[in-house]
Design a protein around this ligand. Structure first.
Ligand SMILES: [Ca+2]
Ligand SMILES: [Ca+2]
Length: 497
């Protein structure tokens, strides 16, 4: 066993060295790329009406400019319900809408193909206009079991869709690029052409990268990252974490974040500043935005620090500790599961813990990402400690930030100062994030209620609608519709007046 360990670290050592060389080569190529301006969607405006990634835009702000969304609906009478699609029995992947298709991650308990049986992670694709099932990509569970791939949790990643290419992370810690048209275009697109199933309901793989093989990641319980891109690069959290003992980090040299060339699936840069200080797992998705003069990728990592990188080169620009120095894991020290939101040169993020750990103290920060180095003090704009542990992502609009916590409180604060305007109690755990659109805030909870509030400095509840089972996901606006999933169904909602 000892030999195996030594061997393992030797392999790790060479791997890291090899990547340093690759990083340098990559940087040179990227410097060339710098001459070509890379278009970045304007902050928080999905523009076309699609919602092509987690958060709609790379800055991940849970805000849309869409109008005409329903304030209320009824899943029993079907009032304002355009269509309903069946999913598995647990659905944690947030909806993405692009190019007339809707994508959602779920498990295989609603088995659509007897040739693909048993517990699997499933990415399903539906037609946006009528909810017809188009195709699916299924992934068997990892043989190692719950330590790496928790039973029945399905696919937890939200895909990124760009044109006819889709990128997502499976429950097996793999990054996949799929053809959004599947085999319906009559072509098996490559380089990957080894699909066993090539029917009209099957997924057409373009390339894949196994993060356990390629960068040595040992995901704790689940790999869930929702990819984001800038230019040719795709940014992915590896979900590297502890083993079953909750003491050991089996792969301390594996990176927390990697950048992949989205055309080839090859690794471009990686960073493992976290090293062996992972508190538990790593489940925060990265965000991308221009902060000061630099396009940055910002990531909440497993040691409870938020880090900002030069998006093209991977050079670490700053890091911020989201925990008070005297905090102690797991009682008062937290990890970062929420996605950092980039808004007006600032980064907004709250810390929290795995829902299995229950409720506890939390911290919400506004960070100045133009600062450099350890910016825990120099980059602190404000700190709000009246929040509980949170795994949700912010919605920021008109000088207000809306931020829920796992204890069920939705906080509305002044985004510039952190001064609270109001707090609303939904009396149930909140896993998802608030969505601000059409002057309203939509928020789902574990009791299966979606509360609709006015997006204003004064608290006003407009409606509370029960969805039949837990709403773990975030309501998603796209093309005049609102998409909401409960545990086992996907609803397309419209305002029929
Ligand atoms: Ca194809
Ligand atoms: Ca293929």
């Amino acid at each position: 066993m000892w030999t195996t360990k030594v061997e393992f670290f030797r392999v790790e050592f060479f791997r890291v060295k090899f990547f340093r060389v690759k990083l340098l080569l990559g940087a040179a190529a990227l410097a060339m790329a710098l001459m070509i301006p890379v278009r970045l969607a304007s902050a928080s405006d999905p523009g076309t009406g699609d919602w092509p990634m987690w958060g709609g835009t790379p800055d991940r702000n849970m805000v849309s400019n869409m109008k005409g969304l329903p304030t209320t609906w009824d899943i029993k009478t079907k009032k304002n319900v355009k269509w309903v699609a069946s999913l598995g029995s647990q659905s944690y992947g947030n909806v993405v809408v692009a190019g007339g298709q809707v994508y959602v991650g779920t498990n295989n308990e609603g088995m659509r193909d007897p040739k693909q049986p048993g517990d699997r992670g499933v990415l399903m694709c539906f037609r946006e206009s009528d909810g017809e099932f188009l195709w699916q990509h299924t992934n068997e569970k990892l043989a190692s079991g719950r330590v790496n791939d928790w039973p029945y949790q399905g696919v937890c990643s939200s895909p990124l869709v760009e044109g006819d290419r889709l990128y997502y992370v499976t429950n097996r810690c793999e990054v996949y690029c799929l053809d959004t048209q599947g085999f319906r275009d009559g072509k098996n697109d490559g380089p990957y052409k080894d699909e066993k199933l090539t029917g009209q309901f099957d997924a057409d793989v373009i390339w894949k990268l196994d993060m356990m093989e390629e960068v040595g990641s040992q995901p704790h319980n689940m790999s869930n990252c929702s990819p984001v891109s800038y230019g040719d690069l795709l940014y992915i959290c590896t979900s590297n974490g502890q083993d079953e003992s909750h003491v050991n980090i089996p792969s301390p040299k594996a990176p927390a974040i990697i950048a992949i060339n989205k055309k080839t699936g090859k690794l471009v840069w990686e960073d493992n500043s976290v090293f062996d200080r992972i508190l538990h797992g790593q489940w925060s998705s990265p965000s991308v935005g221009k902060i000061g003069d630099v396009v940055q990728v910002v990531h909440g990592q497993g040691d409870g620090w938020v880090r900002g990188y030069d998006a093209l080169t991977g050079k670490k620009l700053w890091e911020f500790d989201s925990n008070p120095k005297d905090s102690v894991w797991p009682k008062t020290r937290n990890e970062l599961i929420s996605t950092p939101v980039i808004y007006d040169n600032k980064v907004y993020v709250a810390n929290g813990q795995d829902p299995e750990h229950g409720e506890g103290v939390g911290h919400l920060y506004c960070i100045d990402g133009t600062k450099r180095g350890d910016i825990t003090q120099t980059g602190l704009v404000w700190h709000y400690d009246k929040i509980r542990r949170s795994i949700s992502t912010a919605a920021i609009t008109d000088g207000m930030i809306f931020y829920p916590d796992f204890s069920g409180f939705l906080h509305c604060l002044d985004a510039k100062t952190g001064k609270p305007y109001w707090v609303h109690d939904v009396f149930s755990a909140v896993w998802g994030s608030p969505m601000v659109a059409d002057g309203k805030v939509y928020l789902g909870d574990e009791d299966g209620d979606v509360v609709v509030l006015q997006a204003s400095k004064e608290k006003k509840v407009l409606a509370t609608i029960n969805m039949g089972s837990s709403v773990y996901c975030t309501p998603v606006p796209a093309n005049g519709q609102l998409f909401i999933t409960n545990r086992n169904q996907l609803f397309a909602l419209v305002d029929n007046k």
